[in-house]
Design a binder for this molecule. Structure first.
Ligand code: MSP
Length: 531
């Protein structure tokens, strides 16, 4: 029996030269949302993240702190990188570290085979190298330095002078893949998203593609080349392979071979736009050389900016994820970055904008709606959900909901999370407006059967809307939706929230009358005054 292939999502593996900032947490959070979304469509999903631990940059950070590289990365991963997953509520399936034997062994085996097949040759590299990017730079990539770097050629991303290398290296025959890569992307335009990423890579490929240095011989923090151990494998060659080594690359025995067969190729590599070329040119060429299937999609997202520049620890503009989560909670962190920044574009983070959206859309929007509705079911119906007798306004809301689920699901397929959340926000607004216009608290004053019948319909309708919102928003805000799901009595009536199906969330009504509704804790507490 063949097993269904898992939908395989990855993040870049992060350099452990320093602690994570919200730029890193951003990608990891998006991967988690995508994972949960696909899982709630009934798909089997595998979500990998991890750390990139070799190379000059990490070695230099360890040296600057007076510790051996392995001790440095062990401590930073344990103290900073693993805890951030909890901070932002990410449920990854695996976490790969490039210093683990399961990675290094498979990388060496892969390199050995590629070498036997003649893909590498010994040469020498003379030219610029940016340690920040860990990249052999082309003249066009460099900018003139300013201030203390005046007169020097600098990396455009890190604004710091590049090193000039002159060393003996092994090279990969990357240039041989240019035409195949172009043909691949021409016939698979969805493989590079968004469109700007596609255009950038195609214009790069239409220029000259040079062979690539894949080893370094002037320092030793890396995986030795099996046939020439005086060289360590170039950190990007080592790092890119993580996506495949983590799922059993090259294994011929069970369970590695089985795992690889049901996971590879990746469905989505989420990457920042600064590392697009590595993923869109070098990585597929490596896979082509090895005769392996190519990833379905590489999606390049934008940067979180501070003062118009990429947020970075080296420029001292990094904000730790916990700084935001401590104030707003992990759900709001996740919601805000998906809602406020179009995925694929750059976006500036500001505390003011975050606080405004939190207050308007979460505390006063969804949170207030939930607490009003559950409090009224408690007050007028003793906490038992009344039945509905739908009329025109209720039918309209049901139709609106169907359109919302269809729009959101389609938007997620296009990685347009902001569009999906705009749709759910509009629906929250529609429910709030409905409640305000129907004024069930006024109708209830009459206390007649007819009046209470109508009040019941209104409250049932709002609770049904909240039921749907819990399902659709669960991948984005796992904690608040779970709390609300219980408060609605849906946990008992319908089963666990993460087992609900997003592809069927448009059905209405689903929540049966008679569930026990409780006015639970406030989902999104109001922010304390600044003073
Ligand atoms: N180790 C490599 C990736 C290897 S993947 C085989 C690397 N690491 S990194 O730590 O420098 O960056 C990891 C990711 O974080 C990249 O996708 C990068 O775009 C992202 N970000 C770093 N700063 C960022 C922002 N300010 N905003 C958004 N993403 C940012 O590159």
């Amino acid at each position: 029996m063949t097993e269904a292939k898992a939908f395989y999502v990855t993040t870049p593996i992060y350099y452990v030269n320093d602690a994570p900032h919200i730029g890193h947490a951003y990608t990891t959070m998006v991967g988690d949302v995508l994972t949960r979304w696909h899982r709630m469509r009934g798909e089997s999903v595998w979500y990998l993240t991890g750390t990139d631990e070799h190379g000059q940059k990490v070695e230099a950070a360890a040296a600057a702190n007076g510790v051996a590289p392995q001790a440095w990365v062990d401590k930073l991963v344990a103290d900073k990188w693993l805890p951030v997953l909890q901070t932002i509520d990410v449920a990854n399936d695996d976490f790969i570290r490039t210093t683990e034997p399961r990675h290094t062994d498979r990388v060496q085996r892969f390199m050995e085979r590629m070498h036997e097949q003649g893909w590498f040759y010994l040469g020498s590299y003379e030219g610029p190298y940016c340690v920040g990017c860990e990249e052999f730079k082309l003249p066009d990539d460099l900018v003139d330095g300013e201030g203390e770097n005046a007169g020097k050629k600098c990396c455009a991303i890190h604004s710091r002078p590049v090193q000039t290398l002159d060393e003996s290296n092994w090279f990969f025959k990357l240039s041989e893949f240019r035409d195949r890569l172009i043909a691949h992307y021409e016939s698979n335009p969805q493989a590079l998203q968004p469109q700007s990423a596609y255009n950038e890579v195609m214009s790069f490929l239409r220029g000259e593609l040079k062979d690539l240095s894949i080893s370094r011989s002037t320092f030793d923090w890396g995986i030795p080349l099996p046939w020439d151990p005086a060289h360590v494998i170039y950190v990007w060659f080592d790092a890119l392979l993580n996506y495949a080594t983590a799922v059993g690359l090259g294994d011929t025995d069970e369970p590695g071979a089985r795992k690889f067969a049901r996971t590879w190729p990746a469905d989505v590599h989420l990457v920042g736009k600064d590392i697009l070329r590595f993923h869109a040119v070098i990585w597929p060429a490596m896979l082509m050389a090895a005769g392996l299937p190519l990833p379905k999609t590489v999606f390049a997202h934008g940067w979180l900016l501070v003062g118009g520049e990429k947020m970075s620890k080296s420029k001292l503009t990094g904000i730790a994820p916990s700084q935001i989560v401590d104030t707003f909670g992990s759900d709001a962190f996740r919601y805000y970055f998906l809602r406020a920044i179009a995925f694929g574009s750059d976006g500036s983070f500001s505390w003011e904008d975050m606080a405004a959206r939190y207050t308007n859309e979460l505390a006063n929007g969804l949170g207030n709606l939930a607490s009003r509705a559950t409090a009224m079911v408690d007050r007028y119906f003793g906490g038992v959900l009344p039945p509905a007798d739908p009329h025109e306004p209720e039918v309209q809301l049901a139709n609106h909901w169907r359109a919302t689920t269809a729009a959101a699901d389609a938007a997620v397929d296009r990685f347009e999370f902001a569009t999906a959340l705009a749709a759910t926000k509009e629906f929250v607004d529609a429910l709030n407006l409905y409640l305000t216009e129907q004024e069930p608290w006024k109708t209830a004053k009459a206390q007649t059967d007819d009046a209470m019948h109508r009040v019941g319909t209104v409250l049932n309708t709002v609770c049904e809307g909240l039921r749907g919102l819990c399902v659709l928003l669960h991948p984005v805000m796992p904690k608040a939706t779970q709390a609300l799901w219980r408060d609605l009595g849906a946990q008992n009536a319908l089963g666990p929230l993460d087992e609900q199906r997003i592809d069927r969330a448009g059905q209405w009504p689903v929540l049966p009358a008679g569930t026990t509704v409780t006015k639970g804790e406030v989902l999104f507490p109001r922010l304390a005054d600044e003073e």
